[in-house]
Design a protein around this ligand. Structure first.
Ligand SMILES: Nc1ncnc2c1ncn2[C@@H]1O[C@H](COP(=O)(O)OP(=O)(O)OP(=O)(O)O)[C@@H](O)[C@H]1O
Ligand SMILES: [Mg+2]
Length: 472
């Protein structure tokens, strides 16, 4: 381990005694292997790992204030990040101090780099990269990032790869639907792993992913990670990585599940909560249409024809409806493709890649695309079905208007959906504006006199549409 120190910030190896490390210690003395080529497109993701030479003409950045290793700072500058976003300014110093951190900030505000930059900054090979430009990437795994979907795990791995361009650190992405053997091989010389819970557990159980030398576990989209579907897996992963020194949780929404997780697994921690008037980004123009459920599909076509999204995502509740709606839009030549968990993994990645490249304008998706995905210049989000959980609304509409950009979100609300709309407005602390589309104005469900009579019977606390809703 090196005791070199470039500036004011001491890295992990200089923080007094650390637990002994298996298999390679701090990474400098362990068995080194050559860096392999990157692979991608449905075959998993593994970064090359070897450090590129730092170009001379990189811009100065305000990340200098964190005293990061020069080659990491170069990676930040090469990524085009000049100024830390508020959540980055809040989280980076605390993570560098090896604190446990819970971070909440609106969608698209840079939470990924808020945990990646400081965690990478604490790795010795990052620190030493400027002096040893030919070093090969080594293990053991030191940083584990867990995300709820495969595509998000891949995106996080790519962000790590971008930031580690000038340091000999390899990132590997481990997720289901792809060859486990490729991932096992790649894991040998890597320090950063991003993945989804199922595949990570599989690798841990089979003895291929050793978390004995782990520095930190990050749970991105933590409220989703600790809901019923993933809770047991996450508990097991956290138990397997119990020798870690840091736990980091991030999301745009936190809830009681997260509080339970904190109580169970975290101990002392710092919270970095970026308070704002609303949970959603101001730059999203949010509207809704009341619509007869039988006319939703027609309204979708009309709305899309009039909005002409350059790049839009339409969120739909079920895979079956995603298939049906995509087919209908394709029949009309509207440039729609679909993504949901029923597609082969290769196809999921391919579709997303083409959408990122702007090869078609409309992606029809289930909530598999709701969380964390950072796709350039999404202009519109349409909630064909309003989500059942208000948090999902925040994440879905957050696919647009990222990092200071603008966007619009349109939600279809049927008469049965009234309570969901109320929940969303309550959660985001904002009233969503109603729009009418000519020819689709919702007719009054019954004559006023009859309605008045029913109103008398409405139990207190229910919204005006409650009686009507039950009648349907
Ligand atoms: N300091 C920065 N300056 C400029 N751009 C940045 C900076 N940090 C991150 N970005 C870019 O901002 C975008 C959004 O970042 P990111 O995906 O991390 O947001 P997020 O807060 O995790 O959003 P979500 O809640 O939707 O997951 C990305 O394209 C990222 O490359
Ligand atoms: Mg994110």
């Amino acid at each position: 381990m090196s005791d070199k120190h470039h500036g004011g910030h001491p890295h992990r190896s200089q923080r007094g005694p650390r637990k002994p490390r298996d298999g390679g210690g701090g990474g400098r003395g362990g068995g080194r292997r050559g860096g392999g080529p990157s692979s991608g497109g449905g075959k998993g993701f593994k970064s090359a790992g070897r450090a590129e030479p730092v170009p001379a003409d990189l811009p100065e950045t305000k990340f200098a204030e964190f005293d990061l290793a020069p080659n990491l700072e170069a990676g930040i500058a090469a990524a085009g990040y000049i100024e830390p976003s508020p959540i980055q300014a809040g989280m980076i110093p605390l993570v560098l101090e090896e604190k446990n951190v819970v971070g909440r900030a609106q969608t698209g505000t840079g939470k990924t780099a808020a945990f990646l930059i400081p965690l990478l900054g604490l790795l010795e090979p990052v620190e030493d990269a400027a002096e040893d430009p030919d070093a090969s990437p080594t293990g053991p795994v030191r940083i584990l990032i867990v995300a709820p979907t495969r595509e998000l795990a891949i995106q996080i791995a790519k962000e790590s790869d971008k930031l580690t361009r000038f340091v000999p650190v390899r990132t590997v992405c481990c997720y289901g639907g792809t060859s486990i053997d490729d991932q096992v091989k790649a894991l040998r010389d890597c320090m950063v792993v991003a993945g989804t819970p199922g595949r990570l557990l599989d690798l841990i159980r089979r003895g291929h992913l050793d978390l004995g030398s782990l520095d930190a576990i990050v749970l991105d989209e933590v409220d989703r990670m600790y809901d019923l579907g993933f809770r047991d897996d996450v508990d097991r992963i956290l138990a397997a990585g119990k020798s870690r020194q840091q736990t980091i949780l991030t999301s745009a929404t936190l809830n009681d599940d997260v509080e339970n997780l904190i109580a169970k697994h975290m101990g002392e921690h710092e919270r970095v909560i970026m308070e704002a008037k609303s949970l959603t980004v101001d730059a999203i123009d949010q509207t809704f249409y009341f619509v007869d459920p039988r006319r939703k599909q027609d309204l979708l076509i009309e709305v899309l024809k009039s909005l002409k999204p350059a790049k839009g995502i339409v969120f739909v509740r079920t895979r079956f409806s995603v298939d049906r709606i995509t087919y209908q839009l394709q029949q009309r030549g509207m440039g729609a493709e679909l993504i949901h968990s029923g597609l082969p993994q290769r196809k999921r990645e391919r579709i997303l890649e083409l959408f990122r490249e702007g090869k078609f304008p409309l992606l029809i998706a289930t909530d598999v695309a709701a969380r964390g995905l950072d796709i350039d210049d999404i202009t519109h989000v349409v909630n064909f079905d309003i989500p059942n959980h208000a948090e999902d609304y925040v994440h879905r509409v957050g696919r647009t208007a990222r990092m200071g950009k603008e966007g619009a979100a349109v939600t279809f609300v049927t008469i049965d959906d009234g309570p969901y709309l109320t929940q969303v407005e309550k959660l985001i602390n904002k009233e969503i504006r109603q729009e009418m589309y000519p020819g689709f104005e919702l007719e009054k469900p019954e004559p006023a006199a009859k309605k008045e009579a029913k109103k008398q019977k409405r139990p207190p606390g229910l919204p005006p549409w409650a009686n009507v809703a039950r009648r349907r």
